[in-house]
Write a protein that binds this ligand. Structure first.
Ligand SMILES: Nc1nc2c(ncn2[C@@H]2O[C@H](COP(=O)(O)OP(=O)(O)OP(=O)(O)O)[C@@H](O)[C@H]2O)c(=O)[nH]1
Ligand SMILES: [Mg+2]
Length: 321
């Protein structure tokens, strides 16, 4: 895609901030496809972001994340709020679109004009997915959504990155199978601000809550103790309480400059990423790339070290400046 004229971008942004659905879709596509228009777009959008409450929802496969997101969304719509949902699937590229569609089907809210739902898959490469999800959240934020959900399955690094970019994180666990304990071990403990013990219509719910509580007792360093809410998302039970806890968390964080700190970390990371990306692009000119290729044999033959080759390339780059 070619770089579009600034007026075209301005027009797009103007419609986006009015909440126009097609503009939201277009902007997210630009971000998702890493279009050359993505950076200029995000640059324009940035001053219009920072208002929405970003809520990460994660947890094991099938724990009810989408159902919970769906019900929370319906709840917020009922309060007259506008909601954006980004469902991220970082699992194998083989899952494809159809499965992803199944994963996030949210029949209750899909047709509502005040909701925008978008799914993003890894398409084989994990790198960059969390960055793109964040940028898509920026688009929704600029489009005046009050609440943005970032749903993602599992406990891998990219999921953790996604929830780190949220203001609050709900970890959805279920009673059976010791999943809760496993999930805790896998690092969900650190990222949870609120636990939803979903499917608590099933046996073992109270034991699971007790198990989570006992793990929480082990750590005294956190000033906010993540509450554990029993939910039955499929029956709309516990939704209001989850909202209450999210609101409490928000007040707690605001009172302690917590959001400020959390966002600062996330924004600092973005500056860092941008520097890396820009310098990398500038660095790899045709000339240096061919020099690199030509000299690679010498490295493979152990005549030159990788360090020396890197230094020579960097030296060349610096001379140019
Ligand atoms: N019994 C019971 N079933 C539930 C509850 N909440 C959701 N389910 C069912 O559990 C299944 C999985 O729910 P989803 O919301 O798709 O779960 P998910 O965590 O988004 O799934 P993935 O995105 O595939 O990881 C569906 O069949 C839901 O209807 C609940 O509270 N109790
Ligand atoms: Mg799901």
């Amino acid at each position: 895609m070619k770089q579009v004229a600034e007026e075209t971008l301005n027009g797009l942004v103007k419609k986006l901030v009015e909440g126009d659905r097609r503009s939201i879709a277009r902007c997210i596509s630009l971000v998702e496809n890493d279009s050359i228009n993505a950076d200029p777009l995000l640059r324009q959008l940035f001053p219009k972001t920072g208002k929405a409450y970003r809520i990460g929802i994660t947890g094991p496969l099938g724990s009810g994340k989408s159902t919970l997101t769906n019900k929370l969304t319906a709840y917020y719509l009922g309060k007259g709020m506008k909601v954006g949902i980004i469902a991220v699937d970082p699992t194998s590229p083989f899952t494809g679109g159809a499965v992803l569609g199944d994963r996030i089907r949210m029949a209750d809210v899909e047709m509502n004009q005040n909701v925008f739902i978008r799914s993003m898959a890894s398409r084989g490469s994990l790198g960059g997915l969390s960055k793109k999800a964040r940028e898509a959240a920026d688009v929704l934020d600029a489009a005046d959504k009050d609440i943005i959900f970032l749903e993602t399955v599992g406990v891998g690094q990219s999921e953790i990155d996604i929830v780190r970019a949220s203001d609050a994180t709900i970890v959805v666990l279920v009673p059976e199978s010791g999943d809760s304990i496993q999930a805790m071990k896998a690092g969900l403990m650190e990222i949870a601000d609120v636990f939803a013990l979903n499917k608590s219509d099933r046996s073992g719910a109270d034991q699971a809550v007790a198990a989570i509580d006992s793990i929480l007792n082990l750590r005294s360093d956190k000033s906010w103790r993540p509450p554990v809410v029993k939910t039955i998302a499929s029956r709309n039970t516990g939704i209001e309480e989850v909202d209450e806890k999210l609101t409490e968390f928000k007040s707690f964080m605001s009172a302690n400059d917590g959001f400020q700190k959390r966002r600062m970390e996330s924004l600092a990371e973005r500056v860092d990423q941008l520097i890396t990306k820009k310098l990398y692009r500038e660095f790899w000119t045709e000339e240096r790339r061919s020099f690199f290729k030509k000299n690679l044999d010498a490295v493979t033959d152990y005549r030159t070290s990788p360090y020396d080759l890197a230094d020579r390339l960097i030296g060349h780059f610096k001379e140019e400046k």
